[in-house]
Design a protein around this ligand. Structure first.
Ligand code: AMP
Length: 177
């Protein structure tokens, strides 16, 4: 049997907050994980271990918790760091991609000069839920001429089947609910 690292203990540092930000949602709060020196460094190391640093040119973080995971990964890989932000937050010219929310749609934006043609991009966020956010970000990356080298999250809510939207990509989540 191939060895699969067991990251389950990280769940001790992920807090469930029922009915946040609205009724019926169980919010997965990573602030205890970020605040714990062992859990945070382990998380960054475990993601870094899965990808080959020579095959990543830039790490892309999705607003806002994705930034907190993407920045130490970029440093560790000696790669560049790119923010993808919600509509209207970035100061320079942007490419925008629509994505579905529970009700309606919204826009994710990236600076139009953030990615050079052919650059290999690791997309990073904290939670994979329905997959809409990661899918839109992957499309944005490709529209800018980048290649998605992988998609990494701390956790995946598998009952929402986000992976189905990310077929064909190397998707890593450390723990699954
Ligand atoms: P989705 O597009 O449905 O995959 O949602 C992913 C985005 O929403 C990520 O940026 C997450 O940070 C956030 N998100 C979705 N569901 C949750 C949840 N239950 N707890 C915390 N963050 C969530």
């Amino acid at each position: 049997m191939p060895h699969r690292p067991d990251h389950e203990w990280l769940k001790e540092h992920i807090r469930d907050i029922p009915d946040f930000p609205k009724e019926g949602i169980v919010f997965k709060d990573i602030t205890p994980l970020l605040a714990d020196k062992k859990a945070f460094s382990y998380t960054i190391d475990a993601i870094a271990h899965h990808f080959d640093r020579d095959e990543i040119d830039k790490v892309l973080g999705i607003e806002a918790r994705g930034f907190m995971v993407a920045a130490p990964l970029a440093y560790r890989f000696q790669a560049g760091l790119i923010p993808v932000r919600k509509k209207g937050k970035l100061p320079w010219a942007v490419e925008a991609q629509e994505y579905d929310l529970e009700y309606g749609t919204d826009l994710l934006e990236i600076h139009n000069d953030a990615i050079q043609p052919g650059e290999r991009i690791l997309v990073v966020d904290d939670v994979l839920a329905t997959g809409g956010t990661a899918e839109a970000t992957a499309h944005l990356t490709e529209r800018c001429g980048g290649k998605v080298a992988g998609i990494a999250m701390i956790m995946e809510l598998s009952f929402l089947q986000g992976r189905k939207k990310l077929d064909g990509y190397d998707v890593l989540s450390l723990v699954t609910y």
